[in-house]
Write a protein that binds this ligand. Structure first.
Ligand code: SAM
Ligand code: SF4
Length: 464
């Protein structure tokens, strides 16, 4: 199965492919604007460009592509960690089993509800639930119970979490079947590194040391009833060009086999973590210039996918990266179980890793509006069953923005009324009014205006 997904020989034969023929490179960049994606050999050439003019073109195209597919919205979410027990020993992670310097905790169901309430009070409607892999201290049954508990919570405004995405260790067929019976959004697992030899070195023990079990996990997910899956690589473990080519090969495999490419691709870079040797001495650190390049290339090569940027990156850089095709962001995050309720710092030393964007959710939303993007709390696709292949049918030709853009304005309106400070309210209302004038379809414009009025009059959770 592994070789069907990632062919290392092929990737190695492409990784240094470059050309001095600028016109050819420009033709690849032009091709990406057709929204049909790029071949691996074309991606390899883009990965090896250094010319500033070409890079600028690549960056501009990435934003155009993202806006053609998804419009100007940036979807927001918050991670919710429920346990930091872990039997694996990933050398970059603060939760690794051999780290005896952190306090271990599995939240009780009541504590999970409290944590959810704190996240809701920030205005979030989507959470990403995470935990370490430890079958004794955080079982699959507990995880299922936790998901249902999160949905059951209401905050002081009467709002609830409307979509739960998951990022937990690879499951077996039976577990995926059970998961498919409860309401979840995207299931995500990062391969960390697609390079087999490196993978083995950095995952010395525990279930996670099995590269192929992890690599084949999205095949199991999609074969057992899940609709949307997310993939990613942890940048810094191996040559970023290898990881990008492999991420695209993995996407192509899923798309070809199931007709469903990855719903999202994540691009985390390794950040310092307590007592995690590899995080202090990153073997293939990716600098900002190459980071920007790889984000823009992924956007160009897999145009339909959502691209997620977390608070691992600092605020200023995040604002720049939004311009390169990012479509989903976390805000106000904590990476330790109980971190929201206890008001712990994003740099708390027991965190899974240190976060660099320490702004509150409110500050992030304010800044997103200022930079001309629309913060969105939309959960419409999943609520209306626009998932899996149906979602792809809308996303690939760029039709999904006809839903994304209106729902972004509607959910932003809810946020502004329920949670925003005066200044954010002012700039947010202005943005909504401006964006509304841009809809060419008069009937749609009227419909959105009507919904916005209903929200103003106290109705909630309306979506199209
Ligand atoms: N424990 C599960 C697993 O590993 O699949 C669930 C996900 S884990 C809680 C979330 C992700 O954090 C990992 O997949 C890894 O890529 C990332 N991570 C771990 N240590 C990190 C670090 N030092 N810096 C940045 N990201 C890190
Ligand atoms: Fe455990 Fe996940 Fe951290 Fe690895 S990355 S040690 S599996 S929590």
């Amino acid at each position: 199965m592994g070789n069907d997904i990632i062919n290392e020989n092929e990737i190695n034969s492409l990784i240094n492919k470059s050309t001095t023929d600028k016109e050819y490179i420009k033709s690849i960049l032009d091709k990406s604007l057709d929204l049909k994606g790029l071949e691996l050999n074309e991606v390899a050439i883009l990965l090896n460009i250094n010319d500033d003019e070409l890079l600028e073109m690549l960056f501009e195209n990435a934003l155009k592509i993202k806006e053609q597919i998804y419009g100007k919205r940036l979807v927001l979410f918050a991670p919710l960690y429920i346990s930091n027990y872990c039997s694996n020993n990933c050398l970059y992670c603060g939760f690794r089993a051999d780290n005896d310097e952190i306090h271990r905790i599995t939240l009780t169901i009541d504590e999970i509800k409290e944590e959810t309430k704190s996240i809701l009070e920030q205005g979030h409607k989507r959470v990403l639930m995470l935990m370490g892999e430890n079958h004794k201290n955080c079982t699959f049954d507990y995880f299922i119970e936790a998901i249902l508990a999160v949905y059951s919570v209401k905050d002081s405004k009467g709002n609830s979490i409307r979509r739960i995405n998951l990022e937990i260790a690879p499951l077996n067929d039976e577990e995926f079947k059970r998961l498919s019976q409860i309401p979840i959004g995207t299931y995500t697992v990062f391969q960390e590194t697609y390079h087999l030899e490196t993978y083995k070195k950095v995952h010395p023990s525990g279930k996670k040391s099995d590269y192929y079990w992890r690599l084949s996990c999205m095949d199991r997910a999609l074969s057992n009833g899940l609709h949307d899956v997310g993939i990613g690589a942890l940048f810094g473990l191996y040559d970023y060009r290898f990881e990008v080519l492999a991420l695209i090969a993995h996407s192509n495999h899923l798309d070809k086999t199931y007709g469903i490419g990855p719903h999202t691709i994540s691009i985390p870079r390794i950040k310092p973590a307590k007592n995690a040797p590899l995080s202090q001495n990153v073997p293939y650190a990716v600098n900002d210039k190459n980071f920007k390049k790889l984000i823009a290339i992924l956007r160009s090569a897999v145009p339909y996918t959502g691209m997620i940027l977390s608070t691992r990156e600092p605020a200023e850089l995040r604002n720049e990266l939004f311009q390169l095709g990012i479509s989903q962001i976390s805000a106000g995050s904590r990476t330790n179980p109980g971190g929201y309720k206890q008001g712990l710092s994003p740099t708390d030393e027991d965190s899974q890793f240190h976060l660099n964007d320490c702004r509150s959710s409110g500050e992030v939303i304010h800044d997103v509006i200022k930079s001309g993007f629309i913060p969105s709390f939309c959960t419409s696709c999943y609520r209306l069953g626009r998932v899996g292949g149906d979602f792809m049918e809308q996303a690939k030709p760029g039709l999904i923005k006809l839903f994304c853009q209106p729902n972004a304005l509607i959910t932003l309106k809810e946020y502004l009324i329920d949670y925003a400070d005066q200044e954010t309210k002012k700039i947010g209302e202005k943005l909504i009014a401006e964006e509304l004038t841009k809809f060419e379809n008069e009937a749609l414009k009227r419909k959105i205006s009507e919904i916005l009025n209903k929200i103003e009059n106290g109705e909630r959770d309306i979506y199209i």
